[in-house]
Design a protein around this ligand. Sequence first.
Ligand code: DAV
Length: 367
Amino acid sequence: MQKTTVNSWNEWDPLKHVIVGRADDCHIPPAEPALDAKVPEDSDMRGQWGRRPQDTIDEANELLDAFAAQLTKRGIRVDRPTPINHALPATTPDFHTDSQFGCMPPRDVLLTVGSEILEATMSYRCRWFEYLNYRPLLQQYWEEDPNFRHEAAPKPRLTDADYHPDYLSDKIGTEKRLQWAAEKFFVTTEEEPLFDAADVLRFGRDLVVQHGFTTNLKGIEWLRRHFPDHRVHAVNFPGDPYPIHIDATFTPLRPGLILNNPGRRLPDDQRKMFEANGWEIKDAAQPAHNTPPPLCYSSTWLSMNVLVLDPKTVCVEASEVYQMEQMDRLGLEVVPVNLRGAYAFGGGLHCCTADVYREGSCEDYFP
Ligand code: DAV
């Protein structure tokens, strides 16, 4: 078998090697502060937890397997994680939770920057051990690629001091949530560095990181110190009452072009670096659905959670007709992929993958 080389500097260079998640044994975890803050107040998930129904696990796995096969057919090497037992509780000296989350989506945990894959701190207790699902692969890459840097951010303690108690209610209301988001008052405190990998977008020398529920300012500062050759930019999207993960909000498609969720507009002062360098930020097309599928944490905006295969080719979820049309108008070849039946497991096409190798090197797009 072909030996691994880890290399990926951005979200759009030609993709040659990728990890696709698995739905095996995924759980809806019990209540905990950071997770509850994200579950929409009107969600069917409020108050329930346990192993996800087997028929939904089977359906999601069929879709993920088919997506992996589609990528393989295009000459992309696909690796799959090795699920740990997510029914086991997670206990550390600082906290206990009765189950874990799952081995989806890999994008949340693994941040690939050049020849490095960094395991994120995470901010949910139920996701504290999630990196273990990917350890067999990361160990293999480490054996095969002498330049691979396997890194892990300091594991956070996740005591109650990490969470603002104001968010521990399911009756906050959207108006208050939007006000808090605009004030950058999020569920996570600044007790210690916290970040999810899915809050980071890679633009060569620049990393754009969302400050929100799952990533705090100390997490962003940690990334800044950890990647001294990069410029790290904090962004926030005041229109999002449940701000976690940047990849249903801000989606670079190729050098010079980004889709922005029209309800979660990047504030003017944060647009400057893009505009000054001739980048266009376009409103994403509307989602094709009015509601997320059952038992889903994410919003309908997984429509824009696309996987770019190269600057001319993009995977879009097959039912997202408006998003596909828009890609077509933008001159991209669209590869439709059925994935909606797996959305409940943590996200769309970008979420359920993690880069291992894209051609190309570290470029400066914002000189
Ligand atoms: O719009 O619910 C989902 C992002 C998942 N990684 C949203 C954000």
